[in-house]
Design a protein around this ligand. Sequence first.
Ligand SMILES: C[S@@+](CC[C@H](N)C(=O)[O-])C[C@H]1O[C@@H](n2cnc3c(N)ncnc32)[C@H](O)[C@@H]1O
Length: 217
Amino acid sequence: MRIPLPPAVKTRLKNLYWQAKDVLRRPPESYKHKKLLRIFELCRLYNLIPDTPGDIVECGVGTGSSLLTLAALAKEEGRGRTVWGFDSFEGFPEPAPEDASERGVRKGEWGFATLSRMQSRIDEAKAERVKLVKGFFETTTPHFKQPIALLHIDADLYESYKTVLANLFDNVVPGGVVAFDEYGSKKWPGATKAVDEFLTGKKYELKKIYGKYYLVK
Ligand SMILES: C[S@@+](CC[C@H](N)C(=O)[O-])C[C@H]1O[C@@H](n2cnc3c(N)ncnc32)[C@H](O)[C@@H]1O
């Protein structure tokens, strides 16, 4: 004998059914999927440098998702590489006209991602051999002299990309990898322009892993 369900339970079940269907139908661009892809991208990039000497450098640390992933990969590799994180830790500098897009961008965005916040995340994650360099790239990157095996640029803006490439590209060793997080993104036209300008007349080929562009030097 079937016991009829009370109408309230029936409605609840129906709602759950539609919610589940909605989750399954969600496009792969959903937030969690994007986060997972970023981890895969970084793993794949990291796997390109097993025999390449040098440190790992990220320009544009924000709240540290990618930096902590890189630090975990370096720890697992056990080669003793240092993972450097460059950021103002007070948000964006003044954007350039090249950065204008529908998204809109303002000086000071990411200002919530402070140095102390990042340091706590590093401590919490028990990440090792991570060094943070606070300041705008224009002042910090010219002093960096270490060889780089992987340079991950996640700085969004035209001038920031230009500065990092001008000051750090020569530190990338032969066989090293340079990854451009925003290349090809409509939201960040300045990043694409800066990379294209930098690569004009150079022999490097842009490649792609999932959504991320990179080159091997
Ligand atoms: C998109 S966020 C980085 C996100 C981060 N990689 C993550 O996984 O969460 C961009 C960062 O670049 C930094 N940034 C952009 N231009 C900069 C510059 N010229 N000097 C220093 N930091 C800069 C901003 O402060 C911001 O924290």
